[in-house]
Design a protein around this ligand. Sequence first.
Ligand SMILES: *[C@@H]1O[C@H](CO)[C@@H](O)[C@H](O)[C@H]1NC(C)=O
Ligand SMILES: *[C@@H]1O[C@H](CO)[C@@H](O)[C@H](O)[C@H]1NC(C)=O
Ligand SMILES: *[C@@H]1O[C@H](CO)[C@@H](O)[C@H](O)[C@H]1NC(C)=O
Ligand SMILES: *[C@@H]1O[C@H](CO)[C@@H](O)[C@H](O)[C@H]1NC(C)=O
Length: 521
Amino acid sequence: MFGAQLSLVVTVLLRLLAPAAAFTDAQRCASLASTNIDNVHSLDAFYLRANESYRVPAVCGKGLGADLLAQTSVNVCVVNVVYNTSLTSATRIEVWLPDSEEWYGRILGSGGAGLTGCVDYDNLRWGPSIHFATFGHDGGHDGTTGAAFAQSDEIIVDYATRALHVAALTSKLLVRAYYGRPHDKAYYNGCSNGGRQGVRNAHDYPDDFDGILAGAPALNLINQLAQGTIANLASHKLSDDDWVLVKKEVLRQCDGLDGLHDEIVTDPDACQFLPEVLLCQGAKRADCLSSEQVEAVRTIHSPLYGNSGELLAPRLDPGAELDDTVLWSIIFGPSFYGFALDWWRYVVYNDSSWEPSPDFGLKEIADADKREAEVYVSSFDPDLSAFCERGGKLLSYHGTRDILIPSGLSLWYYQRVQRALSLPPSAMDDFYRLFLIPGMNHCNLGAAASAWKIGQGGSSAWSNSSDSHALFALVDWVEHGAGPETLRGSTDGAVTRLHCKYPARSVWQPDAQDWTCVESQ
Ligand SMILES: *[C@@H]1O[C@H](CO)[C@@H](O)[C@H](O)[C@H]1NC(C)=O
Ligand SMILES: *[C@@H]1O[C@H](CO)[C@@H](O)[C@H](O)[C@H]1NC(C)=O
Ligand SMILES: *[C@@H]1O[C@H](CO)[C@@H](O)[C@H](O)[C@H]1NC(C)=O
Ligand SMILES: *[C@@H]1O[C@H](CO)[C@@H](O)[C@H](O)[C@H]1NC(C)=O
């Protein structure tokens, strides 16, 4: 319905096609400003020296401070593009091109987080420093809220899938113009909503990327936002002190199930948490929970089912409530769950004062589903056959202590793809590998004793060895055919832990005092 009619014609000045060495990088960067690309409303290029910063032209930037100053450790040609995606929508694209002799022929694309609106400067800083021409985009609107969605359905379509696609096309043209030759391989790295954009791109535009690294993808978005809202409303029945009780009890019941008391529930599915153990006998006291509170905890730990008993969303992983980062309060804090609030306000009801009623649930999901028919955002279609057949590689990871998106969602999607494509495990291994990471929170950060850094971003690249670095493992897989069997994570660079490719399980070996991966069958 959209995208198919996009035709990009690039008119590159002839001198840009001259051998790269004829001009300096800074000169060729300046010339890029006159690159002519269909639908591009504005294009600006300038040379940014290593460690110099510039103020980005936006109201937010993922990974930037309030000063909005961006920089990286190598010289880059920075290209800022505004691309008209329709008559009523546009997306901002930013491309950082390392010097010709620093470029290894690879592109790295990135996405957004939450409701996006912010270019991902974490990846823009990281990519050029490891020799990738790197791009980001704002997902079709500027700013962290969903308010722009009420202006035009086209803006929602950009957020869902189109912004990443036009950013990939535009970046490939700019790469060709800057280096005088096309790229060899294109990669994508995104987490959360960025993970969703990556998986959705594999489905919608299978030729955009050769390899996609998708963390904690926010697939099945509408149901997940609804599930988060239900958990959020239930959580309001407990005080912070009550949550301390629940966290302790989750650890008491489930931490040791994996053979090690380390405050990490390795396999959430092995944990059948019984909140009833915390029930007060008689009136509510500080050291126990009322019946209503126990029921609220049960709601949070239960999957969401539809009217016909169909699964709509998996349960929150037991142990996820142990997340002690700012993410905790998004679901368990006193406010309404903001991402979902914006969705129902600006996409579903077009009412900026709407608030969820205490019995929020299937009715609101049905209302959101009506809008889904017009602006398909959910991204849960398991037919990745086109991406699979063209040799694309999808490497996915998900923390099992993720408070925003349960790891069960990644498992569910993987199994759906496997059934949709009728692929035995060995054939799945050729194109789609999933790693569940015990102790990892949402995307980054994790339990103190965990080993959540697996090279999923610049700050988590504790090792450059591809057996410990998710992006380099993906590059190896795409370029040499050897996909990762395990990924070694660390938090401090000293203690490491092996993480396992689904369906292998992470098992503690008391004799060796280490974790190993054991096949499930
Ligand atoms: C892009 O959209 C803006 C705003 O609608 C319009 O003024 C401009 O002419 C468009 N540019 C292109 C290249 O389509
Ligand atoms: C940039 O900063 C880093 C870290 O401070 C330093 O190691 C590097 O030498 C600097 N590079 C240049 C070109 O100044
Ligand atoms: C939402 O409401 C505003 C103000 O009433 C209106 O201008 C806008 O067109 C509406 N958006 C949609 C998508 O209907
Ligand atoms: C990995 O390689 C990058 C780029 O060469 C370098 O800056 C970084 O220090 C290396 N990291 C480690 C942990 O060796």
